[in-house]
Design a protein around this ligand. Structure first.
Ligand SMILES: [Mg+2]
Length: 299
C-alpha cells in the first residue's frame, strides 16, 4: 500500500480532543495523540505540565510510584504487568492482532503480507531501571503474542530500528535469544555492581530478506553508518539529500524508505507498529499502531 492510502489510527478521537482544547494549548495537550509541535512556546506556566509532576505521573502510569532513578535506584525491579502502561500496550497489541487477523487471507494481487515493528518501546520496553541494565530490555506487554499470532497467520515479520548495525546481533539476542544471534547463552549481566537477568524476549526470528541492508540476511533492519546506506534509500523521496551531504538520514525518511524497499520485494505491509510518530509517518503501511511512550519524543 503506497503512502497516500495510509490510514491513521483513531482520527475521530484526535479531532474530538483537538477541538476540546484551547487553540494555544492544542499542540501540547494532544501531544500523545499526534506529532507534537516542538516550536510551541507557552505564554504561561499554566499551559504545560510541571516537569516534576509529569515525572510523578509517568511513575504512576508505569505502576511504580515510589521508583527512584540512578544506579542506586529501583531500576532492577521488574516491569509492573498490571500497570496502566502495560494495559495500554496490551490494548494496542490487541487492536493490531484483530486488524491482522481480519486480513490474514492472501490478497487478490498475490502480495505477500508483512508487519513491521520498531524495537525500543515497541517490542522491547525501556522503563528507567532498564537504562541501567546495559540496554537489556523486557518484551513490551502483549507484543510477543501479537507477533507470534501474525506469524502463524502467514505474515512476514520485519523489525526496523534506528539502532545501528553495530548493535545488530545484540538486538537479535535480546529480541529472540542468544543462540539465534550466534552467542553462547548468557544468563546474567552485571552493571553498576548489580547482577540482573539477561533477557531473551522470545520473539520469532524475523523473516529473511536479501542482504542489501548492511549485509544482514535476516529481517532486522538496523541503521547503517553514514556513507554505507543502501542504494534504495538514495532517492529524493527518502535519503538522497542526507547522503549527498554526508549526514545521517532523518528517521521518517529512513524508515519509510526502508518500508518502501520491503514492499518493493513483493510484500504488502498490513500493520506498522512504533512508539514514535517518526516510526509511523511517511506511508508504506496499510495501518499504523502507536505504542504508548510518555518518556521521550524523537522527531
Ligand atoms: Mg522506539
Amino acid at each position: 500500500m503506497k503512502r497516500l492510502a495510509r490510514v491513521r489510527r483513531t482520527p475521530w478521537l484526535i479531532v474530538v480532543v483537538a477541538v476540546a482544547v484551547l487553540t494555544t494549548a492544542a499542540a501540547v495537550a494532544v501531544a500523545g495523540l499526534q506529532p507534537a509541535n516542538l516550536s510551541y512556546t507557552p505564554n504561561s506556566e499554566s499551559q504545560f505540565t510541571n516537569i516534576d509532576v509529569a515525572r510523578a505521573w509517568a511513575k504512576n502510569y508505569y505502576g511504580a510510584p515510589t521508583a527512584t532513578s540512578g544506579a542506586s535506584g529501583t531500576w532492577s525491579e521488574p516491569l509492573k504487568l498490571d500497570s496502566n502502561y502495560a494495559n495500554e500496550a496490551r490494548s494496542v497489541a490487541k487492536d493490531g492482532a484483530n486488524w491482522l487477523a481480519a486480513r490474514a487471507k492472501p490478497s487478490k494481487s498475490g502480495d505477500k503480507r508483512a508487519i513491521v515493528l520498531d524495537v525500543d518501546d515497541t517490542t522491547l520496553t525501556t522503563w528507567n531501571y532498564e537504562l541501567f541494565s546495559n540496554w537489556d530490555f523486557r518484551a513490551t506487554p502483549g507484543m510477543v503474542d501479537l507477533v507470534n499470532e501474525a506469524k502463524a497467520e502467514g505474515y512476514a515479520v520485519f523489525f526496523l530500528t534506528g539502532r545501528g548495525d553495530s548493535q545488530h546481533n545484540a538486538t537479535i539476542a535480546n529480541l529472540v535469544n542468544d543462540t539465534a544471534a550466534g552467542f553462547s547463552p548468557i544468563d546474567t549481566l552485571t552493571y553498576s555492581g548489580f547482577k540482573v537477568p539477561e533477557i531473551d524476549a522470545g520473539y520469532p526470528m524475523p523473516t529473511p530478506l536479501s542482504t542489501g541492508h548492511g549485509g544482514f540476511a535476516d529481517g532486522l533492519f538496523t541503521k547503517p553508518p553514514v556513507g554505507s546506506y543502501p542504494a534504495y534509500l538514495n532517492t529524493s523521496e527518502f535519503c538522497a539529500s542526507a547522503i549527498a551531504a554526508g549526514k545521517s538520514c532523518a528517521t521518517i525518511q529512513y524508515k519509510s524508505g526502508t518500508r518502501a524497499y520491503i514492499e518493493s520485494q513483493g510484500y504488502d505491509i498490513v500493520g506498522n507498529f512504533g512508539d514514535q510518530f517518526s516510526d509511523l509517518e511517511g506511508g508504506y503501511a496499510d495501518k499504523t499502531f502507536k505504542m504508548p511512550n510518555p518518556n521521550y519524543y524523537l522527531p
